[in-house]
Design a protein around this ligand. Structure first.
Ligand code: GLC
Length: 618
């Protein structure tokens, strides 16, 4: 097997010829062809050329006699590989089951062991009737039809696959965040290759080097999305090659930064290992390096006073201006989860000691901050209502100088006597009291919320079912911004009008995160109720991206149909209810060491207990 050193030798020798190499250590084989007039970069043993600000990974395939259509079902991708130029073989299989053979996956879970808890119980599946079975079958067909191949290998799923849509925008791309439920559905079905390929190819797209001119995304950033582009090979008439084009937000509407991509990538990497039992991917040197780069980017020092990750507006699932800049809950929950997942996977080596120390310190500070300052229930609301302001002292009760007048009238009605939630964002003199679903659900899944808080969040979802779920699960946030607030905060965004899209729209994809959270808390009946609602109309409505109105009665104004993560979100919910132990692949159990550190890190206790030695430096 040739190594990257061989590549560089070839390069320095300037040989204008085609060579064969195996850039993926033990993985997908590709051919690298070399010309002397392009700029080369080397990254973790791979060779790239940088062209028009796009990274071109030279794992090149040529195809003849096929059009530019690269979106294909698993078995339908019709390339004829030119064996002299291309050795793009299918990635090794790790025991992927045949497409239609479904049997619950027995999980070779490392680390998580919850002896007699919910995970050990049997299936919660709703009684399958013919109608729901046919919905599931349709969903699988649609999911497979959304699979994209690169060099003959499945590497992801496009965001939406609506043949009749006039404006696809970038919905023909593979979004990192959108692929997560697709990947999970395939993992739970025993089809591991697509996830493995996705992990490895997206790793190659990771931004690893700042460019000299203008500006480039920070080292370690994962793209929001990417696509496979087919271009003519040049010299030969009908031959084409495939290129992966990544978008780090520089082409995205609003030029938003995809902070969540890298966090999801780490979460998926762990899930892949737990589900497939193949730990060789996470152990690879390039994967370890990629993971560390994401962590370093997130853990880098800045001006911030808080342990929460400081981001710009639209840096996650809500990828447009919605007033979620600063320290939005969704990012914090994913950050916490990714830190825990990475800690489990990082190879112990001397070089990582500082990183692991920084990671542990951040985990403690982050969970303390969120549990203490983001939590809201009736009692806390009443405290805020009676806050004294302008406190200058280390012991201030109202640390962030929140003026009680900020409490919005809707909240007084909304807050149930039993239940609570984590607020959307916290800044100096500002609490965003909106309920953001994904952040709250993932705080349960990752144990960022305490056990009591986790139950209280589900209590609130049950108590406020009519507001948060109504006719289709589940609102992305509650309530919608209206009037002047909508004008100022969204910039009069016509797509984010009240109770539409990101502004209080209902997103079926969130069903899978709801299901994971409910199963973790041993309350699957909540998820089952939501699944029943979805089954009532989603297939008839052609699997929309989102629904509009307060009660989610309309298909979203500009919603794409056959939206892949609506489809895969439903499938994951069904698969998990049928095999609840599988939630182990995402769940982060509360770490007792962390709890101890958290107790000792509590500033109130710290002041009381002089000289107490903390296990982590905070
Ligand atoms: C929208 C969503 C975003 C998603 C993308 C592709 O922009 O807000 O979260 O990734 O569509 O489906």
């Amino acid at each position: 097997m040739a190594t990257s050193e061989t590549v560089l030798q070839v390069l320095s020798g300037g040989l204008p010829c085609t060579h064969r190499l195996d850039p993926f250590v033990g993985g997908v084989n590709s051919v690298l062809s070399f010309c002397s007039d392009v700029k080369w970069r080397r990254n973790r043993g791979l060779v790239y050329k940088k062209l028009n600000n796009r990274v071109r990974l030279l794992g090149k395939c040529t195809s003849r006699g096929v059009g530019a259509v690269k979106s294909c079902g698993k078995l339908k991708c019709a390339h004829r590989w030119e064996s002299m130029r291309c050795k793009c073989q299918k990635a090794e299989s790790f025991g992927g089951a045949a497409a239609n053979e479904w049997s619950p996956v027995s999980l070779p879970v490392n680390g998580v062991d919850s002896a007699t808890n919910i995970f050990e119980r049997g299936s919660f599946a709703l009684k399958g009737n013919e109608e729901t079975q046919s919905i599931e079958e349709e969903a699988w067909d649609l999911l497979r039809a959304s699979v994209v191949c690169y060099c003959g290998n499945p590497i992801g799923t496009i965001a939406a696959n609506d043949a009749n849509s006039g404006s696809i925008l970038n919905y023909d791309q593979i979004f990192i965040r959108d692929f997560i439920p697709s990947g999970i559905a395939f993992l739970l079905k025993g089809e591991y290759d697509i996830v493995r390929n996705f992990i490895l190819y997206t790793l190659q797209l990771q931004s690893w080097e700042k460019t000299m001119d203008c500006y480039s995304p920070g080292q370690g950033l994962m793209p929001a999305s990417f696509k496979v582009r087919t271009v003519p090979l040049g010299s030969e008439d009908s031959a084409t090659e495939e290129i992966l084009d990544a978008d780090f937000g520089e082409a995205a509407i609003g030029r938003v930064a995809p902070v969540d991509s890298g966090l999801w990538w780490i979460i998926l990497l762990r899930a892949y290992g737990k589900c497939s039992g193949d730990l060789s991917v996470q152990e690879r040197v390039d994967v370890q390096t990629g993971m560390k780069m994401i962590l370093k980017l997130c853990l880098a020092d800045g001006f911030d006073m808080f342990p929460t990750l400081l981001v710009t507006d639209g840096s996650c699932m809500i990828d447009r201006r919605m007033g979620i800049h600063g320290h939005p809950l969704e990012i914090q929950a994913l950050f916490y989860s990714a830190l825990l997942c990475a800690r489990e996977m990082l190879a112990p080596e001397d070089g990582s000691a500082d990183l692991i120390r920084a990671l542990n310190n951040r985990l403690v500070a982050l969970s303390f901050h969120i549990r203490e300052y983001y939590w809201l229930d009736l009692k806390k609301l009443n405290e805020i209502y009676r806050y004294t302001t302008e406190e200058y002292s280390y012991d201030a009760v109202n640390k962030f100088n929140i003026y009680p007048d900020q409490i919005p009238p809707w909240l007084v009605e909304f807050m149930p006597s039993k239940g609570g939630y984590l607020i959307g964002n916290l800044q100096p003199a500002h609490m965003d009291f909106r309920f953001f679903t994904l952040g709250n659900l993932w705080s349960i899944v990752s144990s960022l919320a305490t056990l009591d808080q986790s139950h209280a969040i589900l209590d609130l979802i049950e108590a406020k079912w009519a507001e948060l779920v109504a006719e289709m699960p589940i609102k992305i946030c509650y309530p919608a911004l209206e009037g002047q607030e909508w004008r100022i905060i969204t910039g009069s965004d016509p797509k984010n009008t009240p109770w539409s899209y990101h502004n209080g729209g209902s997103w079926p994809t969130l069903l899978w995160q709801l299901t994971v959270a409910c199963i973790k808390m041993n309350r699957p009946e909540i998820a089952q109720k939501a699944v029943q609602l979805v089954e009532r109309r989603i297939s008839r409505d052609k699997w929309p991206e989102y629904y509009d109105t307060k009660r989610a009665r309309f298909i979203g104004k500009q919603a794409h149909l056959f939206q892949t993560w609506s489809i895969s979100g439903y499938l994951v919910a069904k698969l998990l209810l049928a095999n609840p132990s599988a939630v182990k692949i995402f769940v982060n159990e509360e770490d007792p060491e962390l709890v101890n550190a958290l107790l000792s890190a509590n500033p109130r206790r710290k002041r009381a207990r002089k000289g107490f030695k903390q296990p982590f430096i905070v």
